[in-house]
Design a protein around this ligand. Structure first.
Ligand SMILES: Nc1ncnc2c1ncn2[C@@H]1O[C@H](COP(=O)(O)OP(=O)(O)OP(=O)(O)O)[C@@H](O)[C@H]1O
Length: 244
């Protein structure tokens, strides 16, 4: 829905820019993420996805531009963990802890209610490995634990950096269903990946990023109207050097 009565996007990124020395990692990036939608943030390795997400989450300071959730910088949110759940590559977990003890500790440190631990273990269907040590986990179990941690604050927004990395087809299918349900219940999801076709069946909107710049943003159906697949669309846009 567009126009004067369109609801404000949950995430609004505007003119975001970051250089690391000579490397222009993110250049004037703008896009939005809407409630009830899963938005794929897609581009090849080194395109600037993680840097953008880190700026959105207040972990890296932008040189210019803004990244807002519910109209505020992440650092200015009244209850950031209850607003945004994030799964980044940096999830620090102790290998000797169990999934349950990790979640209990995180809850206590973050001041979140302890009853959320069972709720998130159920939500990510982790009942089978709840009391196993994290050091023995497969990639899929680790990813589910990261997602469970992000859900502890019962947020309405999820930001996931490459969550399908290392997941087998069953794990990817499960994640797809989980994100779909989260969005259907009114949540907003921003999910990054360098594997363009992995997400083709999981997302509603697409933001394509390449060499730090957004090359296309809009509804997936619009993009696929002119291409046979997300990958084909991306290659076509890359060759054309199209911007929108
Ligand atoms: N802390 C840093 N110091 C220097 N350069 C950095 C730093 N972080 C990222 N870069 C560079 O910025 C560019 C964008 O990196 P970024 O990690 O954001 O890309 P990405 O799209 O997330 O890639 P990938 O899919 O491989 O995770 C790359 O050239 C990267 O080498």
């Amino acid at each position: 829905m567009r126009g004067a009565h369109a609801p404000r996007p949950v995430i609004e990124v505007s003119g975001l820019t970051k250089r690391f020395g000579e490397v222009p990692a993110v250049s004037d990036v703008s896009f939005s993420v809407k409630k009830g939608r899963v938005t794929g943030f897609l581009g090849p390795n080194g395109a600037g996805k993680s840097t953008t997400l880190r700026m959105l989450l207040g972990l890296t300071r932008p040189d210019a531009g803004t990244a807002r959730v519910d109209g505020r910088d992440y650092r200015d949110l009244a209850s950031p963990l209850r607003t945004v759940g994030a799964v980044l590559d940096i999830a620090g977990t102790h290998p000797r802890m169990t999934a349950r003890s990790h979640l209990r500790t995180y809850c206590a440190l973050a001041g979140l209610p302890g009853h959320r631990v069972d709720a998130v273990l159920t939500a990510v269907e982790a009942q089978g490995f709840t009391d196993r040590r994290i050091g023995t986990f497969s990639t899929g179990m680790r990813q589910r634990l990261s997602l469970a941690t992000a859900l502890l604050g019962d947020p309405r927004v999820l930001v996931l950096d490459e969550p399908s990395n290392g997941l087998d087809p069953a794990g990817i299918a499960w994640l797809r269903g989980f994100l779909r349900d989260f969005a259907t219940e009114g949540g907003a999801v921003l999910i990054s990946s360098h594997l363009l076709n992995d997400l083709e069946h999981s997302i509603d909107d697409v933001v394509l990023i390449e060499r730090g710049r957004v090359s296309w943003a809009g509804a997936l159906v619009e993009l696929l109207a002119t291409s046979s697949s997300l990958e084909a669309a991306f290659l076509h846009l890359t060759q054309k050097g199209a911007h929108r």
